[in-house]
Design a protein around this ligand. Structure first.
Ligand code: ZN
Length: 97
């Protein structure tokens, strides 16, 4: 929790967050929250759908398969975790092709 020195005292500018709390709204609050998660040893993983980096409590437990390409040009099937926001979306990429 960042404290800001002001004349005559210290002002606390955001709430305190516990490891495992869901992310708050707001830029400064988010960074405050992320610092608490990181200090607790939690690390982010990249969502296999949106590519955003998420802490474990933001991940749905679902996985998604996607096709990656190696440096040699070989296509490989990859499995990655899916964040809560993507898990709530309709599964439009699971349509038969
Ligand atoms: Zn996602």
């Amino acid at each position: 929790m960042p404290d800001v020195r002001i004349p005559g005292g210290v002002m606390t500018v955001a709430g305190s967050y516990k490891p495992g709390d869901q992310a708050p709204d707001g830029y400064l609050a988010w960074h405050d929250w992320a610092e608490a998660q990181h200090k607790a040893g939690l690390r982010q993983k990249e969502c296999a759908k949106c590519g955003r980096w998420k802490y474990p409590q933001e991940l749905s437990g679902q996985t998604a398969e996607y096709t990656g390409t190696t440096r040699g040009g070989q296509e490989v099937r990859m499995v990655g975790v899916v964040c809560n926001a993507c898990a709530d979306l309709p599964p439009n990429d699971q349509v038969q092709r």
